[in-house]
Design a protein around this ligand. Sequence first.
Ligand code: NAD
Ligand code: ZN
Ligand code: ZN
Length: 349
Amino acid sequence: MRALRLLEWKSDPQLVEVEDPVPGPGQVVVRIGGAGACHSDLHLMREFGPGVVPWEPPFTLGHENAGWVHALGSGVTDLEVGQPVAVYGPWGCGTCRRCRLGMENYCEDPLAAPVPGGGGGLGLDGGMAELMLVPAARLLVPLPDGLDPVKAAPLTDAGLTPYHAVRRSWPKLGPGSTAVVVGVGGLGHLAVQVVRATTAARVVAVDTREEARSLAAAEGADLTVAPEDAAAEIRAATGGRGADVVLDFVGSDATLALGAAVGRTLGDLTVVGIAGGTLGLSFFSVPYELSVQTTYWGTRPELEDVLDLAARGLLRAAVTTVTLDGAVEAYHRMQAGTAVGRQVVVPTD
Ligand code: NAD
Ligand code: ZN
Ligand code: ZN
């Protein structure tokens, strides 16, 4: 089969011929229906090098995957060939307490995981191929009726990651509150929808690009602003108080500084984007009791929540599909800032 593989750090991935995977005991091979292109792939193919993460190329890209069960390894009894499934992306050890709670994103025994701190498309072969080997049946979540794999694929990361980030701030997002989404790309456009679907907060969306701000407005943002106007407009829109929760899907020096500038006393500043910025901390540099945290991906039970919201029509990824042959171009568009919503690779006809 063909697979889009990162062969070495600091290079474009290559479309190459590889052997079809065969499931071992307890494993499952998924026929991929959709594999989302995430900005994290750009970070890892452009910026990462030896030692940044505990794994190395070569591997097949694609860590946002959904499709149909293709072949079952021995001992897998709770799935059927042909069944539509989403792949839960962070692959932990499966046995530590966190993993047993479904929080494999925060596995505490990563050396016992299939790849330490990674998963399919992140150190092991991912979904930008016709078939993908999933090392344990527990990492598959059956798709609810009405949700097809192309629409479901982005939900496994671009939907799940914002859901996890928003959910931890639910107590601060009651009526009268304001949430700011910075960066309305693959993750951010779903973050706007997650805030709308699961809280009473007003949503302000910030992006450098006009088309991204338009998408945010279409997804229900109450106010959209360009970064240069954001601090003043958000202060004005909140009666000077600031935003209860800022969700930063960029993570640059500029966006972190914006988050601190518009955050409210007792609020949350949650950094999801990995652009590598830093935020200086001194007694007077952030509002009192503003909690600042990074978040990584989400839990398996949260993925079930996200798929349920989507099946009910409350979350909908704005998807552009491309073929495997068009995948490298799709990453180039993402880098150039000409992609809108999520680009999803559909490997087979
Ligand atoms: P994307 O390229 O689809 O979207 C990024 C958006 O940010 C674009 O719309 C862009 O115009 C906008 N943007 C860029 N600079 C900006 C600025 N200074 N101010 C306002 N907006 C700006 O990217 P994505 O796939 O949605 O990923 C977003 C970030 O989240 C990436 O850094 C990615 O690596 C990271 N990520 C983190 C996790 C996690 O678990 N923490 C998971 C997935 C992705
Ligand atoms: Zn990702
Ligand atoms: Zn674990």
